[in-house]
Design a protein around this ligand. Structure first.
Ligand SMILES: [Zn+2]
Length: 394
């Protein structure tokens, strides 16, 4: 009996592995998508993580043909200037799909949809690179900024509002669609859209000094579950979420390009930040992650499909959000279990419920302990019954 050469052996292993892997990934994704929606996940997910990590490793080493994992990016329409897909410099630009681009400025993600009707932005970064952002947008389109959507109030997503508002120009159509009346009745920069909670927090209470300048405020606000826009031949949904990262979070769904911009409800770089000062809650974060999973679809064999642009970090897909949702749910349940045993905040921290996830998700600015404390403080006595710790849940 002759032994196969190394090349033959590798080829045979590849032939066997790829379909097995595909079946496993599909099964794992479906299983975790459904299972994770139940109220409680009680263990870590080494199998899921292992399979997906294996897939990543195989892709990285070339065992899976590149065409099997990389969706074909359609050729941009003729009105999009030809350019490289990424640019060096203070603002990195990456074509996500079709006429939708990711701009990374000062560590925050901006989504830009461009076309003959003008430019629509999701978030405006910190305000430190306004000129560079405008220059980057001008490389993508010769049309003005028409719309700016804020996913939430934080300054690293609204800091450039005023400058990009002034760099833009509304049309009678988009002002009328927002109920703002015709140009002349209000300043005619870009139209800024957000949930009304964002406006309340940026404008402050009546009689008090406003926290932010007036031309940075969203004027086209909404108070229901969603707001609908239509630009460049594409339906765009702004979907409000229950109090989660803050009390004014929205995700933005580009229905034609099949892209979701999530703001800080999903980050590929850290545990989710729960901002208690602006009404954030852990259960709201998990609900919002499930909402993102609801509007995303996996491509065949699970990778790709709907692209997800997080508030910070890399372009992701549904599987990334499912893994993240599972991690957050597991940690919420661990902390709740410890609270039900009567542990104080210090005791819960000492139990290190995030220890196995910290190497991947803890950062210096949002550590495992900080995440534990935020989760602890957001879980109410009713959610931690029957034995709520005394005097420790404020
Ligand atoms: Zn934020």
């Amino acid at each position: 009996m002759t032994h196969p050469s190394a090349e033959e052996y590798k080829r045979n292993v590849d032939i066997l592995l790829v379909p097995l892997l595909a079946v496993n990934m599909e099964f794992v994704l479906i299983e975790s998508t459904k299972a994770g929606r139940s109220a409680s996940l009680t263990g870590s997910s080494p199998v899921r993580t292992g399979v997906l990590l294996t897939a990543a490793l195989l892709c990285a080493t070339g065992s899976i043909p590149a065409t099997a994992q990389q969706p074909q990016v359609p050729t941009p329409p003729s009105w999009v200037p030809s350019r490289s897909q990424s640019a060096q410099g203070p603002v990195a630009v990456l074509q996500v799909r079709d006429n939708v681009y990711l701009l990374v400025a000062d560590g925050s993600n901006i989504t830009a949809q461009v076309g003959p009707d003008g430019v629509l932005l999701v978030d405006t970064s910190t305000g430190k690179l306004n000129d560079e952002i405008v220059l980057a947008i001008q490389q993508l389109s010769d049309q003005p900024i028409r719309w700016i959507i804020n996913t939430h109030v934080h300054a690293d997503h609204t800091g450039g509002n005023a400058a990009l508002f002034r760099a833009g120009r509304s049309t009678p159509q988009n002002r009328f669609a927002s109920g703002l009346g015709f140009p002349g009745s209000l300043p005619t920069g870009a139209t800024i859209v957000a949930h009304e909670s964002v406006l309340f927090r940026m404008s402050g209470l009546t009689g008090q000094t406003t926290p932010t300048p007036q031309d940075s405020w969203p004027v086209a606000t909404f108070f229901g579950e969603s707001k609908e826009l239509y630009l460049n031949g594409e339906a765009i949904q702004v979907l409000h979420q229950a109090p989660a990262h803050t009390d004014g979070d929205s995700i933005v769904v580009f229905r034609h390009a099949d892209i979701v911009s999530t703001g800080d409800l999903f980050n590929s770089t850290s545990y989710p930040v729960i901002d208690l000062k602006t009404g954030g809650t852990i259960d709201g974060v998990i609900d919002a992650l499930n909402s993102i999973i609801d509007v995303t679809f996996p491509r065949e064999k699970a990778e790709g499909g709907t692209y997800v642009i997080p508030g910070h970090g890399r372009i992701s897909d549904e599987a990334d959000v499912v893994i993240y949702r599972n991690m957050v749910t597991i940690l919420r349940d661990r902390i709740r279990d410890l609270m039900q045993k009567g542990m104080t905040l210090d005791q819960v921290k000492a139990a290190k419920p995030t220890a196995d996830y910290d190497p991947r998700w803890a950062t210096t600015s949002w550590t495992g302990d900080m995440f534990v404390e935020a989760v602890y403080r957001t879980l109410t006595p009713s959610t931690t019954s029957p034995s709520t710790p005394q005097g420790s849940n404020r």
